[in-house]
Design a protein around this ligand. Structure first.
Ligand code: ADP
Ligand code: MG
Length: 680
């Protein structure tokens, strides 16, 4: 069996399963083998009934002192029975397994494995599997792969397919050269793939993962290096000098640049006039003031007679940037346009025509900038804001709208400079590492729901002082519709709880873009006092007059996301506050939220979060969803990243080395990988 063979060649996979696998993006044997488990199921030791806790999957040993009972609830057959060991007893329930009435015997010894849930206030074990002594002994301590599935496809089916494929697959010789494998103590690719699906132990899993993480970083780093090499050589037809418009903009700004902003701007200015194409990342925590640097660059392009475009991830943010830009650009005669998906077709056509006729200098927009049929007359500079929300591919697509325009990328992903340089290896990096001096650090508190009345009184006070408030409602996993309902309900009860003079509105994902914009604008203008919202508010919104943020069910969010959310306040001169309200005040929850209470530094938060979880908990869980790795995690695997990058540098130095025999396998995979990056 070879890499590109269809999964149909695997025994047991017919037309029906093929379709299901395709839904998961799997059509070839190679893709199946690269479909790593999402997590692992581990059979733990038999536990006394008395010690079980809600949410755990446990194994119990004991017997049923009395006969099982069966009841019919809405057509569902439910079987229940008390299960007892020497420590105590617990209710067991099964549904739709009526045959158990006959097979399960009173007084016999059983080993059960199942999840402990709480029902009507009591703990019970739901839908357990009955294990034989042999099954238990065989599985104890072993890791069973758990795959991400799609309806109709069972975990067992995937497991079987993978195991059959592994047995018949002819792995090619390892593409990582022996020296590298030796130096970094890495498994063979083949061994790693086998062990990642069916690890014999935690140690085996860790070794397998380490190899696969290394290779992901290694290929990524190598591919980026090649992209950078190509770009580095590229001369630009746009040699742009900053002149009087930039001077005027500086005069009009209500603040002086921080040293971080100054340095970033210097870097950009130098790039723009260098005669080579700029490829620069500006990295700075939320609120560090990246926008103004982008604006300076855009003005610079405009005053040299060219066009510049800035792409942002949401319409609300596009509108906001547009309006902010207009304030400065109109007086100095720079023509600005907005292009977003929700505009009418006629309006879009009109804007596009003006862009094509070069009647517009600066264009602010969303994905519409690449999706709509816009022909840019003279696009010399593109900016992508909140790059972590876009793929590399989208950035490239915008870039293709011009003739190798200068590229500026802005991101708030909190990673240290050393990592940024590797991860954005195709870009030069400027870091804005200071916040504007007029900022007071946000005051944070993590509290339980009993604090809510006080929180409401506090909001009333802040509103009376002329400030504004955000309340973030928890995500509802089931659907956007339920999430919307939740936000609406919350808003209604908030209106009842607070003084009638307070203007409360809400914002959620189900709303039309135009409605969202309307609300956001009203909030920006100060016509709404309290905005109840889902996380749609997260990205880049800037309302400096908002001083309070309260996050309901804060325990349901990742710390990095909470940090991003918190970035919506503390953007002006007034003292800002963030209230993280936890739905449960368990020790772990509060400990995690305290990290946010103790620091406003995004990188510190990300790192602490990781340490608290500890490597044990990271079993197959991905932390950061915004970068481009399947298995690797930039925080958890920072060491591997450094090493892989070092190895990639060593290979890359000797350009010809890639071509020589020992790197042949590597080169082939690289070619594919570079292709992948472009389609991200
Ligand atoms: P981010 O880096 O998160 O994109 P923004 O560019 O939106 O941050 O800036 C946040 C706020 O800080 C804005 O209101 C902006 O006008 C203000 N700001 C930017 N630079 C400075 C500065 N040097 N001094 C004071 N305020 C600033
Ligand atoms: Mg921003």
């Amino acid at each position: 069996m070879k890499a590109k063979d269809s999964i149909r060649d695997i025994k047991g996979i017919g037309e029906k399963s093929e379709k299901l696998f395709r839904k998961l993006g799997i059509t070839t044997v190679e893709e199946l083998l690269a479909f790593y488990p999402r997590e692992y199921d581990i059979y733990t030791k038999i536990q006394p009934v008395l010690t079980v806790q809600e949410g755990e999957t446990v194994i119990l040993e004991g017997s049923f002192p009395a006969r099982l009972k069966m009841a019919s609830v809405r057509g569902l057959k439910i079987i229940t029975g008390q299960f007892r060991d020497s420590s105590g007893q617990i209710l067991i329930s099964w549904f739709n397994m009526p045959y158990l009435m006959k097979t399960v015997k009173v007084g016999m010894h059983y080993i059960l494995r199942g999840k402990i849930v709480r029902k009507n206030g009591f703990l019970q074990m739901a839908q357990p599997k009955i294990l034989t002594k042999e099954e238990y002994a065989n599985q104890l301590g072993k890791l069973q792969p758990v795959y991400s599935l799609t309806a109709g496809l069972t975990n067992n089916a995937v497991k079987k397919a993978v195991s059959l494929a592994l047995a018949e697959y002819e792995f090619e010789s390892d593409f990582l050269p022996l020296e590298i494998r030796k130096r970094y103590n890495l498994l063979l690719h083949k061994k790693a793939v086998q062990a990642i699906h069916f690890p014999e132990s935690r140690e085996a899993y860790a070794k397998a993962r380490s190899r696969l993480v290394f290779e992901e970083f290694f290929l990524f780093s190598l591919a980026l290096r090649q992209m950078k090499e190509q770009k580095d050589k590229m001369t630009s037809i746009y040699k742009i000098e900053s002149g009087s418009s930039v001077e005027q903009l500086f005069k009009a700004l209500p603040f002086c640049l921080t040293t971080g902003q100054q340095n970033a701007w210097e870097d950009v200015r130098r790039d723009l006039q260098s005669g080579f194409v700029m490829n620069r990342l500006i990295q700075g925590d939320v609120g560090s003031g990246k926008t103004v640097v982008a604006l300076l660059a855009l003005v610079c392009a405009a005053e040299n007679g060219h066009q510049g475009a800035i792409m942002v991830p949401t319409e609300v943010l596009a509108k906001q940037h547009y309006e902010e830009f207009m304030k400065y650009l109109e007086p100095i005669g720079i023509r600005t346009a907005l292009l977003v998906g929700s505009m009418t077709a006629a309006r879009k056509r009109e804007v596009s025509a003006r862009i094509a006729a070069k009647e517009v200098d600066i264009i602010v927009g969303t994905h519409a900038l690449i999706q709509e049929k816009v022909a840019y007359a003279d696009l010399a500079l593109i900016v992508t804001d909140e790059q972590h929300r876009f793929g590399v591919r989208q950035r490239e697509m915008l870039s293709e709208k011009g003739q190798s325009p200068h590229t500026l990328v802005m991101s708030a992903t909190p990673i240290p400079r050393t990592l940024a340089i590797i991860l954005y290896g195709d870009l030069d990096v400027s870091v804005i590492d200071v916040l504007p001096a007029n900022r007071l650090p946000i005051k944070n508190c993590a509290v339980g729901t009993d604090y809510r009345p006080q929180a409401y009184r506090f909001m009333e006070k802040q509103v009376a002082m002329g400030h504004q408030v955000y309340i973030i409602c928890p995500m509802v996993e089931e659907s956007e519709a339920m999430e919307a309902e939740n936000v609406i309900d919350y808003t209604n009860s908030l209106r009842d709880a607070l003084s009638a003079s307070i203007r409360i509105e809400n914002l959620h994902g189900k709303m039309k873009a135009s409605k969202k914009n309307e609300i956001m604008e009203a909030f920006s203008r100060g016509e709404i006092d309290i905005l109840v919202s889902t996380t749609v508010i997260e990205v880049g919104i800037n309302v400096p007059n908002a001083t309070v943020m309260m996050v309901e069910n804060a325990e349901r969010f990742g710390l990095a996301q909470l940090h991003q959310l918190r970035g919506r306040v503390g953007r002006g001169e007034a003292q800002s506050y963030c209230i993280f309200m936890a739905g449960n005040t368990s020790k772990e929850t509060m400990e995690r939220l305290r990290i946010l209470e103790n620091s406003n530094d995004g990188f510190y938060v990300a790192k602490q979060d990781l340490q608290l979880r500890g490597p044990g908990d990271l079993f197959g869980i991905r932390q950061s969803g915004d970068l481009y790795f399947q298995m690797a995690d930039i925080y958890q695997d920072a060491n591997e990243l450094q090493q892989a990058n070092e190895a990639a540098c060593a290979v890359g130095k000797d350009g010809a080395a890639l071509l020589c025999r020992k790197y042949e396998g590597l080169r082939r995979i690289m070619e594919e990988y570079t292709g992948d990056i472009k389609t991200l």
